[in-house]
Write a protein that binds this ligand. Sequence first.
Ligand code: CP
Ligand code: NVA
Length: 300
Amino acid sequence: MAVRHFLTLNDLSRDELRALILRAIELRQMQHNGEIYQPLKNKVLGMVFEKSSTRTRVSFEAGMTQFGGHAIFLSPRDTQLGRGEPIEDSARVMSRMLDVIMIRTFEHEKIERFAEFSSVPVINALTDQYHPCQLLADMQTWTEQRGDIAGRTVAWIGDGNNMCHSYINAARLFDFQLRIAAPEGYLPDTAILASNEDHARLCATPAEAVAGADLVVTDVWSSMGQEEEQAAREKAFADYQVDAELMAQAAPDALFMHCLPAHRGEEVAAEVIDGPQSVVWDEAENRLHSQKALLEFLLG
Ligand code: CP
Ligand code: NVA
């Protein structure tokens, strides 16, 4: 059987995604009950990080340990990958020793090339283009709080970045309507938008996007690798902060999510992220459970 990768949400069918979310909810309950469950004994996950991480690293590493397996942290500073060993060679060598590999990098093409030459599943732990693992956690969190997200409305406020692209894919796969408010020059990829046009559309203003929305989501104005653009971005995004006034225009029981790390006073006001509609801590915790469900699925 061909090896399954998870480079974008599109690598799984709607039914597989749905089952994975339900399994993640079960795994969370099991973990909270102190149940020992070790389906990945002696399995090893390689974790290649070319960018910083708190949640992704800790959740994958803790998840593998809880599953009875092991995780190896691989930084480009210490591996030959960082000294120019070809991706194709690295993929062939690492996949002969590891059972599954997760990669956080810059260009999405890099992870596609790695996956092409890997004999074991490759998981996208964030590229410049997508962040599918975060969407698993977000969809789990929504489902736990409110049930099925099908038919609901989600507002994306801010940068048309990797998270926004994964939300666009999620809108089609989980069947919700996504309204995106992003400033000119920072819109999401037109091709990704076009292939999901039944489920995602651009709005002229944040107010238009959030009107009556069930879920409001934002992310940092400058992603990793865009640090020098910070000043220009602060200017461009000045009217795109999710504050209490904007949140009040969403549905009365709307939830707020943010993949974190967050910058209070920039993309989100403290009163929102630390307020009663925010579910960001569950969302962060669910990285652990949903990725365990993903590992179980890919290695099952
Ligand atoms: N949300 C997320 O991926 O966080 P980290 O960058 O800390 O892994
Ligand atoms: N868009 C952010 C997400 C961080 C988890 C970034 O790429 O830096």
